[in-house]
Design a protein around this ligand. Structure first.
Ligand SMILES: Cc1cc2nc3c(=O)[nH]c(=O)nc-3n(C[C@H](O)[C@H](O)[C@H](O)COP(=O)(O)OP(=O)(O)OC[C@H]3O[C@@H](n4cnc5c(N)ncnc54)[C@H](O)[C@@H]3O)c2cc1C
Length: 217
C-alpha cells in the first residue's frame, strides 16, 4: 500500500496552501476530495462568480439612469456572458489563501456582491457591547449624498462604531454604491489602528466613495 506523509481532505484553497508548503519540504502529500478537484473558490465562487455579476451591474446602472440621460434597454446575452466568465484566469481567494504562521483576523472585510453591494468589517454593535467596550455609534441613511445621487442610486447608508477615548474604528457596515471598495479602507483602519481623526484628515479623491468616509465616522 502506498503511504504519504500527509493526507489532506479537500482540494480547495486551504488544502492547496497546506499541501504546497509540505511538498516544498520534500514530503509526499495525497489530496482527497469527493467533489471535482479545485474546491469552492475555483469552481463555484470567487472570480468566476464575480465575472457574472458585471453583466447585472451594467443592466442595473442603465435602469437607474433611464430618464436621467440614458435611453434604450440593455439585455444580458447569456452565451456571451458565460464566454466572458470563462476568460477568467486561476481564481484567487485572498482570505483563505493568506499564508501565515498565526492567522490575524483583525479587519477582515466581507461583502455580499448584491446591487448595490453590502459590506461589513470589524465588530457589530452587539459584539462591541458584549465585549464591554465604550464606543460611539454613527448611523445614517444617505441616498442624498452625491455618491448615490450621481448614480441615481436610492440605497445608501452606513453604521460605524468608534471607540471612545482611543478614537479607533471598531466596525463599519455599509450598503450602497462602492461599498465593496469603501470597506477596504475601513479594513485598513481597523488592522492598523487608525483613528476616526486619521480618516477625517485624509484627503481622498472626489467624487469617490472614499471621499464619504470622513463623514461616516
Ligand atoms: C459563491 C461564492 C463566492 C465566493 N467569493 C469569494 C470571493 O470573491 N473572495 C473570497 O475571498 N472568497 C470567496 N468565497 C469564499 C471562498 O470560496 C472560500 O473562502 C474558500 O473556497 C475556502 O477554501 P477551503 O479550502 O477552506 O474550502 P473549499 O474551497 O470549500 O474546499 C473544501 C473542499 O473539501 C471537500 N470536502 C469537504 N468534506 C469532504 C469530505 N468529507 N471528504 C472529501 N472531500 C471533502 C469539498 O468537496 C471541497 O472541494 C466565495 C464562496 C462562495 C460560495
Amino acid at each position: 500500500m502506498k503511504t504519504y506523509d500527509l493526507v489532506v481532505i479537500g482540494s480547495g484553497t486551504a488544502a492547496q496552501v497546506a499541501s504546497t508548503r509540505v511538498r516544498r519540504t520534500g514530503r509526499t502529500v495525497a489530496m482527497v476530495d469527493h467533489r471535482p478537484f479545485g474546491g469552492t473558490c475555483a469552481l463555484r465562487g470567487c472570480d468566476p462568480k464575480k465575472m457574472l455579476i458585471s453583466g447585472v451591474e451594467a443592466i442595473a446602472a442603465a435602469h437607474r439612469m433611464q430618464g436621467h440621460g440614458v435611453a434604450g434597454e440593455l439585455r444580458i446575452s447569456w452565451p456571451e456572458l458565460i464566454a466572458f466568465k470563462r476568460t477568467v484566469g486561476p481564481p484567487l481567494t485572498p482570505v483563505s489563501g493568506h499564508d501565515r504562521q498565526k492567522p490575524d483576523y483583525r479587519g477582515v472585510p466581507s461583502v455580499a456582491f448584491t446591487v448595490p453591494p453590502i459590506a461589513s468589517v470589524g465588530l457589530k454593535e452587539s459584539q462591541a457591547q458584549q465585549q464591554g467596550l465604550k464606543f460611539k455609534v454613527k448611523s445614517e441613511n444617505t441616498p442624498n449624498w452625491y455618491t448615490a445621487r450621481r448614480l441615481a442610486e436610492r440605497v445608501y447608508g452606513y453604521k460605524t462604531l468608534v471607540e471612545e477615548g482611543t478614537g479607533q474604528i471598531l466596525g463599519a457596515h455599509i450598503v450602497g454604491p462602492q461599498a465593496d471598495e469603501i470597506i477596504n479602507l475601513f479594513a485598513l483602519a481597523i488592522r492598523h489602528n487608525l483613528t476616526a481623526k486619521d480618516l477625517q484628515t485624509t484627503m481622498f479623491s472626489y467624487p469617490t466613495g472614499a471621499s464619504d468616509i470622513g463623514y461616516m465616522v
